[in-house]
Write a protein that binds this ligand. Structure first.
Ligand code: NDP
Length: 401
């Protein structure tokens, strides 16, 4: 199973999603009240790739955008299955340091041997016109250098979260993409969540009055052992904040429509666990956004499953719990007049194929990328402020604008 939410949800009951739900259009969303408990636990998760599931063949067609997946780890295995199911994109190539592993994956998706590349083969990628774009699924510290190589090879780039290890690297990437005339899109699948979009719409439209607070928390027991790249700051860019706190940072910024004015924070490295010698295992922050909106956030690699968002409006509260699952979305609304709690359920729709299809549209010039590179930069700016506040024990101010 793959990382982040899947790591979170590995312990949660799995529920395979139906093709019917998967194919529903956004306009067909039926909001239904559900019996409490249906989504109990950490949320729903599409069943991921298993060796027993039938292989899907992905073939070149002029209408489909060929994507090379770079780095064949756990998350790549999860997204490849979904990429192969897309209408407008398909896995055209693999870029890896492990060609034996890649050959088995290539066979599964009908990718020819000639389309298996090493990390130094970007010149060969440049020569292959069937590869229109890359999806970078490497350790965070390698995102920027590979994205730059891919842009130089004339490819559009979809890059896993966070966009780079630092905001400065991410800005350089965005500049390179602009100069090359290529799309650079952070692979923020949560943007493609119906429940998240519904919640953000209520913030924008003032449906429940002004927004006053945003609490976003995410944590789980990290199972990766010592030696994993996530514990090496040069490869990870940081600890749990960079890995999963980024989801809460995204949600807070999206809800508030910008960066905070100031941040205070505390970070902790769990003693006695060698994995956390150089990176935080837990972090918590309070941020103040324009209009006095107060945001509390936390990330932890040692909680039991936690993944939630609560928005406090003048006239209502709104809960997403889980907030950013790979799939499966439930919203609770606390409303006045009369005092009541409503529970809304959104159809099960896989975010990843929708993300690929939006990216493919952007590559083909059919629409702008729904997640701009500037979103990836802003998240890194806020995470750097949080980390600086935790390290200094002071409140860090961010520039307006
Ligand atoms: P893994 O450790 O499972 O895989 C990383 C892969 O990168 C490796 O399998 C390897 O592939 C390649 N690699 C190249 N150089 C190195 C190196 N020095 N050390 C380790 N691996 C290396 O990580 P994940 O798949 O969990 O994460 C990959 C990316 O995906 C990260 O950016 C992460 O933040 C993101 N992610 C996003 C999620 C989401 O929900 N959006 C969920 C989980 C992760 P090979 O053997 O082919 O060379």
């Amino acid at each position: 199973m793959f990382g982040d939410d899947a790591r979170m949800h590995a312990q949660a009951p799995k529920m395979a999603f139906s093709m019917e739900a998967q194919s529903m259009d956004i306009h067909d969303i039926q909001r239904r009240r559900v019996v409490a408990g249906l989504l109990a636990g950490g949320g729903l998760l599409a069943s991921g790739t298993t060796d027993a599931s039938p292989p899907r063949r992905a073939h070149h067609a002029p209408s489909r955008v060929g994507i090379a997946v770079v780095g064949l780890g756990e998350y790549a295995a999860f997204v490849l299955e979904r990429l192969a199911s897309c209408r407008t994109a398909y896995p055209a190539a693999l870029v890896t340091g492990s060609k034996d592993k890649a050959r088995a994956i290539a066979a599964r998706y009908g990718i020819p041997d000639a389309a298996i590349h090493g990390y130094d083969d970007y010149a060969r990628l440049a020569d292959d016109e069937t590869i229109v774009a890359v999806h970078i699924c490497l350790p965070v510290g390698l995102h920027a250098q590979h994205a730059l190589k891919a842009l130089a090879a004339g490819k559009h780039v979809l890059c896993e979260k966070p966009l780079a290890a630092t905001a400065a690297e991410a800005r350089a990437l965005a500049d390179a993409a602009r100069d090359a005339g290529k799309v650079l899109m952070p692979a923020y699948r949560a943007w493609f969540s119906d429940a998240v979009q519904d919640a953000l719409g209520r913030c924008r439209e003032g449906t429940h009055g002004a927004l006053a607070s945003v609490d976003a928390h995410k944590g789980f027991h990290l199972r990766q052992p010592a030696g994993n790249w996530r514990f090496d700051p040069a490869l990870s860019g940081g600890g749990c904040l960079t890995d999963i706190g980024i989801y809460s940072v995204q949600l807070q910024r999206w809800a508030c429509g910008g960066l905070p004015r100031s941040v205070t924070a505390v970070a902790h490295r769990r003693p006695g666990d060698a994995r956390f010698a150089q990176v935080e295992s837990d972090i918590g922050w309070v941020a103040q956004f324009d209009g006095g909106v107060l945001a509390t956030g936390s990330a932890s690699w040692r909680y039991r499953l936690q993944n939630r968002l609560r928005l406090g409006f003048e006239q209502a509260w709104l809960d997403l719990d889980p907030a950013t699952p790979a799939m499966g979305e439930r919203m609770r609304l606390g409303l006045d007049g009369p005092n009541r709690v409503e529970e809304l359920m959104f159809p099960l729709r896989d975010q990843v194929p929708r993300m690929y299809e939006a990216f493919a549209d952007a590559c083909m010039g059919r629409s702008a990328p729904p997640v701009a590179a500037s979103e990836g930069i802003a998240d890194l700016v806020m995470m750097e402020a949080i980390r600086q506040a935790a390290a200094s024990g002071t409140t860090v101010a961010l520039p307006a604008g």
